[in-house]
Design a protein around this ligand. Structure first.
Ligand code: PGA
Length: 250
């Protein structure tokens, strides 16, 4: 099934990047076209760089996205950015429900669901993140936790065109640790079943990304796992050479 799905390598720059990072992004644009045949590339810089990156990326093989949005379209929410603003700046996809947002800002499944709907309202693709903590994994709760997050975070009306799911075990993010490929296969297979049960044929075509310590040296084996349709990459997406080497693993 995953053979027919176009893969996506998405870079999440988190709170990293200044205007000087344009040189690194330029290198990504220079090398990104090589993957156009079967892989989509997306870079999600901090919001301050979206407009400049999107201007540069026009007509090249790399899309630009955002890392979070507010659920409302506008209003009295000091410091927040709406999905409409991010799309206006040039974002074509927005990550919602990243575990760092869930942990640092107390974001619930219900809020993540509202944010995903806001992303669609603005006309962009929602990348919804889920994943268990180390304690939850050790307690054998991985599938329960992921199932609950999927149920609570995904709005009705999701399609293969407007939704990407990212499975990111919290304990694998930024730690250099990754689950075994057998564990990744089990969780991604479970996510696929949940998506097809709920969204039928659309669920069978949605992209499910793996995220958490993906780097050039482990990308290929993770990307070869059944129902892994790409990767959400944090640290290794900051360097063009690493990011493009990961894309080469698709
Ligand atoms: P990492 O982050 O690749 O640095 O582990 C992944 C993520 O948080 O999306």
């Amino acid at each position: 099934m995953s053979d027919a799905i176009r893969s996506l390598i998405a870079g999440n720059w988190k709170m990293n990047g200044l205007k000087a990072s344009m040189a690194e992004f330029d290198a990504m644009l220079a090398g990104g076209g090589a993957f156009a045949e079967k892989t989509d590339l997306l870079v999600c810089p901090p919001a301050t760089l979206i407009a400049a990156f999107a201007d540069k990326a026009k007509g090249k093989g790399v899309a630009v996205g955002a890392q979070d949005c507010h659920q409302n379209a506008s209003g009295a929410h000091t410091g927040d950015l709406s999905a409409e603003m991010l799309v206006d700046a040039g974002a074509s996809a927005i990550i919602v429900g990243h575990s760092e947002r869930r942990a640092d800002h107390g974001e619930s499944d219900a809020l993540v669901r509202q944010k995903a709907q806001a992303v669609w309202r603005a006309g962009a693709i929602a990348i919804v993140c889920i994943g268990e903590t180390r304690a939850q994994r050790d307690a054998g709760q991985t599938l329960d936790i992921c199932g609950g997050q999927l149920k609570g975070s995904l709005p009705d009306g999701a399609t293969a065109a407007n939704l990407v799911v990212a499975y990111e075990p919290v304990w694998a993010i930024g730690t250099g640790l990754t689950p075994t490929t057998a564990d990744v296969e089990a969780v991604h297979g479970f996510i696929r079943r949940v998506l097809t049960d709920r969204f039928k044929t659309e669920g069978g075509r949605m992209r499910i990304l793996y995220g958490g310590s993906v780097k050039p040296s482990n990308a290929k084996e993770l990307l070869d796992v059944a129902n892994v349709n790409g990767a959400l990459v944090g640290g290794a997406s900051l360097k063009a050479s690493d990011f493009l080497a990961i894309a080469a693993g698709c």
